[in-house]
Write a protein that binds this ligand. Structure first.
Ligand code: FAD
Ligand code: FES
Length: 371
């Protein structure tokens, strides 16, 4: 089995790298998880194991049709349990990178990556006795299974529940691994499948993930959903919207709810920019990165990151949609307009952090420090 739980136990994960860098990793194995999703397991580099936290993601960089593309892929492996880091990539219809990887990734190849980053994580501590509830939809299972494995391994007194929504049984990624995790967990891991089309006789909830189903599923869990329970969700936007509003209606504090978005609801950055076109005009910005200072003018309809890349500045980025925070910087002077702020917490925004991939300068004195 590709993801044998607890079988390749390692010492412990250490802190994530402070600054994102680039690495080439050799593919050790490609596993077909379901018809339209593969897992790519990487060999550890000779220089030392990849350091990451459960819930973080790699950025895959590849030339596709002569143009560099970058996309974020969450690690589905656990740094505490799995010897090799791995990602799972589900095909998106018409998608460049997901189809490229599903069609071409082979053992022995090298992939260019940015080191793992991301805030969708938690600190594991052996003295914790908590309940972690995970809501997953489709490929959104990837960071959640990593969190589940790490919590079960590192926190003997904690419990984990997963409410996992899919179209049908054939679209359930990691089905066998999840079953194995349940059976090896001594009752500490509970799994509720929610399937739109369920096979006859299967023990699961049938239908869409609605507020009623969410409440019923939480009520069915063998572990108590008590004060202090932490919630993590990752899946399609509409699914996460319903989970978020249901938890809010149940009176659960926002601070206990963590969310990872794979896609943005914005149709186009240009559209969002034009909505505020009265404020957005060509302005010069200053970007400080890697101890160097760059000045350039950003036109309406382009973002601070886009223009920086056009200027051949090697700025860090991944999703280019305001979701992943790979481009995150601190706006130390001036004001920017962000088309999307999903990737940032309120606390980060209060501290002045911005996402240059979706930002336009609103004042003439914008200075952003990246890194
Ligand atoms: C932090 C983060 C972690 C991620 N982790 C994973 C992961 O573990 N596994 C995984 O498979 N993907 C993951 N993604 C999504 C991934 O980065 C890509 O967006 C996805 O693979 C599509 O890329 P593409 O090049 O194939 O499609 P593109 O060529 O970028 O897009 C093609 C079309 O599909 C739409 N689209 C893009 N993504 C999706 C989607 N997920 N569902 C439906 N429509 C979409 C686009 O709007 C566009 O219209 C993650 C994204 C983020 C931001
Ligand atoms: S590149 Fe992902 S948030 Fe900017």
């Amino acid at each position: 089995m590709a993801f044998g739980l607890f079988k390749k136990k390692k010492e412990a994960a250490s802190e994530a790298p402070k600054k994102s860098g680039y690495i080439n990793l050799k593919i050790k194995e490609v596993v077909n998880e379901i018809d339209d999703a593969i897992s790519i397991h990487f060999e550890q580099p000779a220089a030392g194991d990849i350091q990451y936290q459960s819930g973080q993601f790699f950025t895959v960089i590849a030339d596709i049709n002569g143009k560099e593309q970058r996309r974020a892929y969450s690690l589905c492996s656990s740094p505490f349990v799995d010897a090799n880091p791995a990602v799972t990539v589900k095909r998106v219809q018409g998608g460049l990178m997901s189809n490229y990887l599903n069609d071409n990734a082979r053992a022995g190849q090298e992939l260019r990556l940015m080191e793992p980053i991301g805030n969708f994580t938690t600190t594991f501590d052996g003295s914790n006795a908590r309940h972690i509830v995970l809501f997953g939809g489709g490929s959104g299972i990837t960071p959640l299974i990593s969190i589940a494995k790490s919590a079960l391994d590192q926190e003997p007194n904690s419990k984990v529940s997963l409410i996992y929504a899919n179209q049908n049984i054939d679209s359930v990624i990691f089905r066998a691994t999840l079953d194995q995790m349940v059976s090896e967990s001594n009752g500490r891991f509970a799994l509720v499948h929610v399937l739109e089309n369920a096979p006859e006789g299967m023990e699961c909830t049938t239908g869409w993930l609605t507020e009623q189903i969410i409440k019923e599923s939480l009520g069915q869990l063998p572990q108590e959903v008590a004060e202090g329970t932490e919630y993590f969700m990752c899946g399609p936007g509409p699914m996460m919207d319903i989970v978020e509003s249901s938890l809010s209606n149940l009176g659960i504090d926002k601070a206990q709810v963590h969310k990872e978005s794979f896609t943005t609801t914005l149709d186009s950055k240009d559209e969002a920019a034009s909505e505020a076109s009265d404020e957005i005009i060509a302005r010069e910005v200053t970007v400080i990165y890697d101890d160097e200072e760059f000045k350039y003018t950003v036109e309406p309809g382009e973002t601070i990151l886009e223009k920086g890349l056009d200027e051949d500045i090697d700025l860090p980025f991944s999703c280019q949609s305001g979701l992943c925070t790979a481009c995150r910087g601190k706006c130390v002077s001036g004001k920017v307009k962000m088309d999307e702020d999903e990737g940032l917490s309120e606390a980060e925004m209060d501290e002045g952090y911005v996402l240059p991939c979706v930002s336009h300068p609103l004042t003439a004195d914008v200075v952003i420090e990246i890194g």
